[in-house]
Design a protein around this ligand. Structure first.
Ligand SMILES: [Zn+2]
Length: 85
């Protein structure tokens, strides 16, 4: 398991219905944010942005994810796997 969970944060959101339930979903570029951090993985100040704690950040969602966050989150996963401590 990764010791570090990334969540989606975005400047915009809307309601979407999934499985009959209304959920907030991001409408603009998805950035990755770690718990307790005030900046995205790519270094932007995301404190005023909407946090999507129910949506884990997954790299490689083309057209929605920030390329820099993708790279950081991918590298983080690799590092965690390599050290495995
Ligand atoms: Zn980003």
């Amino acid at each position: 398991m990764a010791n570090h969970q990334w969540y989606i944060t975005s400047r915009g959101w809307t309601w979407a219905y999934e499985g009959g339930q209304a959920q907030r979903v991001p409408t603009l570029t998805n950035h990755a944010k770690g718990l307790g951090q005030t900046r995205t993985a790519c270094g932007l100040d995301c404190s005023p942005w909407t946090k999507f704690w129910h949506l884990p950040y997954r790299p490689g969602v083309v057209g929605q994810s920030c390329p820099e966050c993708d790279a950081k989150v991918s590298a983080d996963g690799t590092r965690t796997a390599l050290h495995h401590s």
